[in-house]
Ligand binder design. Structure first.
Ligand code: G6P
Length: 623
């Protein structure tokens, strides 16, 4: 939700910032802006409504020189997405420019107070309040900008990652964070940096930085950093007490964040699933010894042995994988599992106890609601387990232990490989607990391990056989509504299939447990209505066959996902896609793939921007 990038050093900042914004565009693309201090010492700000390409076009012929700058791509929260509300925002005197990711909750009262002191605002944003407040503190306390940023942030309620430029001090960049991520890239000592000089990058995540350096510092909550072109990187907390920065090495490569010959990131990520899942289970699923190795569980064995309840908190697609996780973990461990929307959980008064384990599932590891949910769990003394894809993100850092998905960066806004990564990680999580608590018969446990190891090859089979369903997708392009049905483990897949279609094609779709059809949605079925039924051979196959018959007799058009070689459902269906056989609990890992491809191809046929669907953002760091 909003992306920030910054640079200070000896190279021209503009191309670095524009490229960085492109890489962060998945976080928001309502408007974009850039601020630079040029060689004459002018503080320049350029902004445009729309995507980064619109910003780039609008700056053609403008002065974009300068070796220090900050930039922003916005997902609008306060104020409509127009040029005035785009970041960076100037302070009243135009001495400061600031970009912000997050939400300032008390911005109205702060703005009223600043207006009372004569400050004039040019936008509807909460962000402009921040930059005006910094300037106000500077004037009233007669202090430097670094001190003023501390003073201003002490008055702020909410979440922020900010970067500030000061026209009077073109050799330094100030940044801070609380609740929204911010990373500092420490430049390599290369030929672009003459002796004694150095360069720094800042980013909402590592993607704008990795091309230049793999050495980073993850800024912590309520830390303020001042970096300059002579290699100084001073970090303090809001009370100006000096903090020791910890230099980390990124585990990310440039080709992981590029399209690699695919038209879209989403398609690349769908096709990456076999290898991504192979990496996810590597070293964790041991078929020789029939063991699961998850250090996040083994290192806290007592906690998992005595757990009375597991509560999984998540949002969006992660909530769907959590639901599949619940079915499996309960079956494997006999521990009751609840699944909560993090956004609801955090504002309830849930009955929690220290014997509860709260699991946060989040691809980005930054979702504000999920982060707040685990903070609430910690206040109640619960053990918090984080399942995230992004190494070093806020959720894994706030958790007591956890597991990374290791499926590689996911850039497409619609989640695909992270979903299957989460499902398989939750399965490993269930197996690891079952192993400690000895809740499964050895023979079954061993079979579960062996079958799990076969999943990547079976995923490849699905992709090899259904990779091009663009012709099938064209048939459905003009439909206005879809229903997705599944039962048991495939009910959450129905939810996920419907969500994928909504997200990128803007076609209304509902996911339902198949048997619930008769309690309402069946009224919607007519010859116009496509009904996608996930009906693999195992699980409640006979039951779902009856549900299909009910739809058929109301003339619904059936597209089914079936097990290879199935005859019964195939004959009842208008269209059919096969997946290989696997055990019931692992079926979602295969059945979801045709649904991802179907929504992708329908969206393409409708001319949608699949990687950047309207109104959405990949990382939702606001509540
Ligand atoms: C956004 C994304 C979804 C994602 C959800 C939760 O809505 O567009 O794809 O499922 O956030 O994100 P998380 O990073 O916590 O999994």
């Amino acid at each position: 939700m909003c992306g920030i990038v910054g640079y200070i050093g000896t190279r021209q900042a503009y191309p670095i910032l524009i490229k960085g914004l492109h890489r962060l565009e998945y976080r928001g693309y309502d408007s974009a802006g850039i601020s630079l201090i040029n060689e004459s010492g002018d503080l320049l700000v350029y902004k445009a409504k729309g995507k980064v390409s619109a910003l780039k076009a609008s700056t053609e012929g403008c002065d974009t020189h300068g070796t220090i700058g900050i930039a922003h791509t916005r997902w609008a929260t306060h104020g409509e997405p127009n040029q005035a509300n785009a970041h960076p925002h100037y302070s009243q005197s135009h001495m400061l420019a600031l970009v912000h990711n997050g939400i300032i909750e008390n911005y109205k009262s702060l703005r009223a107070e600043l207006e009372h002191h004569g400050m004039i605002f040019c936008s509807d944003t909460d962000t402009e309040v921040l930059v005006q407040l910094v300037e106000y503190m500077q004037t009233t306390h007669q202090c430097d900008t670094y001190t003023a940023v501390h003073l201003a942030l002490k008055n702020v309620v909410g979440a922020y990652a900010i970067a500030v430029l000061d026209k009077r001090n073109p050799g330094q960049l100030i940044a801070a964070r609380k609740g929204s991520p911010l990373i500092i890239g420490v430049g390599k000592d290369n030929e672009t940096c003459p002796a004694g000089e150095s360069e720094f990058f800042i980013g909402s995540d590592a993607t704008p930085i990795i091309e230049f350096t793999d050495k980073v510092i993850y800024l912590k909550d309520e830390e303020v950093v001042m970096i300059n072109r002579h290699g100084k990187c001073a970090i303090t907390n809001l009370d100006s007490v000096s903090q020791t920065p910890q230099l980390c090495t990124l585990q990310l490569s440039l080709d992981q964040i590029e399209k690699g010959g695919f038209d879209h990131f989403m398609l690349k990520e769908i096709f990456e699933q076999p290898s991504a899942i192979r990496t996810c289970i590597r070293g964790r699923v041991n078929t020789q010894e029939h063991r699961v190795l998850l250090s996040g569980i083994q290192d806290h064995c007592a906690q998992f042995k005595s757990a009375k309840r597991i509560i999984i908190c998540a949002c969006g697609t992660s909530w769907h994988s959590a639901l599949i996780g619940k079915y499996f973990i309960e079956e494997a461990t006999q521990i009751p599992v609840e699944v909560e929307y993090a956004s609801e959980f955090r504002y309830r008064n849930p009955a929690l106890s220290p014997s509860d384990i709260v699991v946060a599932v989040s691809q980005s590891g930054e979702t504000a609601d999920t982060l707040a949910a685990i903070q609430l769990a910690k206040e109640h003394g619960c053990f918090v387990y984080g399942i995230s894809n992004v190494i070093g993100a806020s959720i894994p850092r706030a958790s007591d232990s956890g597991t990374y998905l290791h499926v590689g960066p996911e850039i497409g806004v619609a989640s695909t490989k992270a979903f299957t990564g989460q499902v398989i990680t939750l399965i490993m999580f269930g197996l690891a607990i079952a192993q400690e608590r000895k809740t499964l018969p050895t023979e079954l446990f061993n079979q579960l391990i062996d079958d799990l190891a076969l999943i990547p090859d079976k995923m490849q089979w699905v992709l090899d056989h259904t990779g091009d369903i663009s012709q099938l997708a064209k048939i459905f392009t003009y439909c206005h509504n879809f229903i997705y049905l599944g039962r048991g483990y495939n009910y959450p897949v129905a939810l996920e299939g419907a969500l994928k279609l909504k997200e990128i094609s803007y076609i209304h779709a509902e996911g339902y447990p198949a048997a619930e059809m008769k309690h309402g949605p069946i009224a919607l079925v007519d010859e116009e209505m496509p009904v996608v039924v996930i009906a693999p051979k195992r699980g409640m196959y006979d039951k779902i066959v009856s549900n299909i018959q009910e739809i058929k007799s109301r003339k619904g058009r059936i597209l089914s996902i079936v097990t290879e070689g199935d005859v019964t459902v195939k004959e009842m269906s208008d269209f059919c896609i096969e997946v290989p056989d696997t055990r019931d609990s692992y079926a979602p890992l295969l059945t979801v793939i045709p649904l991802q491809l179907l929504s992708y191809h329908i969206a393409i046929a409708k001319g949608r921007n699949v990687d950047q669907p309207r109104n959405l953002a990949k990382s939702v760091t606001v509540e």
